[in-house]
Design a protein around this ligand. Structure first.
Ligand code: SF4
Ligand code: SF4
Length: 376
């Protein structure tokens, strides 16, 4: 440990990384981390070090995702896949309650999830920021969501500071990364030979104390910070938030919305991969006997035709309406609603959009380019 650092730091040799997995297992956590599956990175069980994506790199561009094996010893050189922490806290399908007939009445039973203490290994700064946003949505005030809360409280978060950025990343301009500043239990920075670890919570410190750590020099901490700053500086995409949200409201009638609507397929990919999107629907699944029914929450998207259908009228009938609603909410009305932006700059919506629509480009044009159609 190094007492002069703001949080105590320790150096873990690459060959000793298994001690971290052992300490987590002994503390009762199942461990999920990045694994290669079906040509992409997803969360999977990490039973041993070899389960990690050793030597893999991800390349991401608008509408493109590719993994490449570089043959290095690095464990965390992939930045992220399509999944964020969202799938662990606000799950794709969540049974909420069952309703059962009882004579001429009925009874309602909540179905709370079983929580399994889970260590999420390899969480990025942007995903920690997204979790803070989801906490604001699901846990704020007196009406906290018990399903989200149960799952959220079971998480132990091990962040990894990013030292390489993807072409689609713009967390630096959203002030959400690439350094994980808070919200983690442990954070690590990887170099060729080793990892520098810091604890960010009492639970993290308990694990930290069990590891065979060597002291860290100030020079090494500075070197790691320089690498993280270089990662931020390498990001070519950005959003200038200084004039948001007002400038977006002023662009409500901009002809660019028609142009983007001509390309958008309303496939919902951007909302599915977005770590902050929380639209959902509730499905009723009655048993054939008509005696019992299950009420289930499922992810939905503001890009579906049904999502805007209320009381016999669809108030967002066109793709233009839906894309405008999504972008204006994400970067505009979200600020009015929750006091924070709804975008953390992870870039997933850019990568996983099949036609490569890039919200940083859309915002730049909407906010900076005069509307040619209006001036004709
Ligand atoms: S809007 Fe796009 S870049 Fe922003 S948080 Fe969602 S997926 Fe990431
Ligand atoms: S991913 Fe792209 S094409 Fe699909 S709904 Fe989003 S913006 Fe439209």
């Amino acid at each position: 440990m190094h007492p002069s650092s703001p949080q105590f730091s320790g150096r873990l040799a690459r060959d000793d990384f298994s001690h971290l997995l052992i300490a987590l297992k002994q503390a009762g956590y199942q461990i999920l981390g990045p694994v290669v599956r079906d040509g992409a990175i997803t969360w999977g069980e990490i039973a041993k070090v070899d389960d990690l994506p050793i030597g893999w790199h991800d390349h991401q561009q608008p509408g493109q995702y590719r993994l490449e094996q570089k043959g290095t010893q690095r464990f965390f050189d992939v930045v992220h896949g399509p999944e964020s922490l969202k799938r662990e806290t606000f799950v794709l399908r969540e049974p909420l309650l069952t309703i059962e007939r009882r004579n001429k009445s009925f009874s309602v039973q909540p179905v709370l999830p079983q929580s399994t203490p889970t260590a999420m290994l390899g969480v990025r700064a942007c995903d920690l920021a997204a979790l803070t946003i989801q906490d604001r949505i699901f846990l704020h005030d007196q009406f906290s969501d018990p399903y989200y809360k149960t799952r959220r409280e079971s998480l132990f978060l091990i962040a990894v500071n990013c030292t390489r950025a993807l072409e689609t990343c713009f967390c630096a301009s959203m002030d959400t990364g690439p350094k994980a500043k808070s919200g983690f239990d442990l954070v690590l920075t990887e170099d060729d030979e080793d990892f520098i670890l810091e604890a960010g919570s009492p639970a993290g410190d308990e694990i930290f104390q069990k590891l065979p750590l060597a002291p860290v020099s100030d020079a090494r901490l500075k070197q790691d910070n320089n690498r993280i700053e270089a990662c931020a500086a390498s990001q070519t995409r950005k959003i200038d938030a200084s004039r948001l949200p007002e400038i977006l409201y002023e662009a409500y009638d901009h002809s660019r919305w028609d142009e983007v609507a001509n390309r958008c397929l309303a496939c919902t990919n951007c909302t599915m991969v977005c770590p902050t999107c929380f639209c959902h629907a509730v499905e009723e699944q009655p048993e054939l006997t008509q005696q019992k029914s299950e009420h289930t929450r499922v992810w939905d998207s503001c890009f579906t035709p049904d999502h805007g259908y209320i009381h016999g009228k669809n108030f967002r009938p066109t793709i233009k309406d839906r894309y405008r609603m999504w972008l204006t909410h994400k970067l505009g009305t979200w600020v009015d609603q929750f006091g924070m932006s709804g975008c953390v700059g992870c870039g997933r919506c850019i990568t996983w959009c099949p036609v490569g629509i890039d919200l940083t480009e859309e915002i730049h044009i909407l906010c900076n380019q005069p509307d040619r159609a209006k001036n004709k």
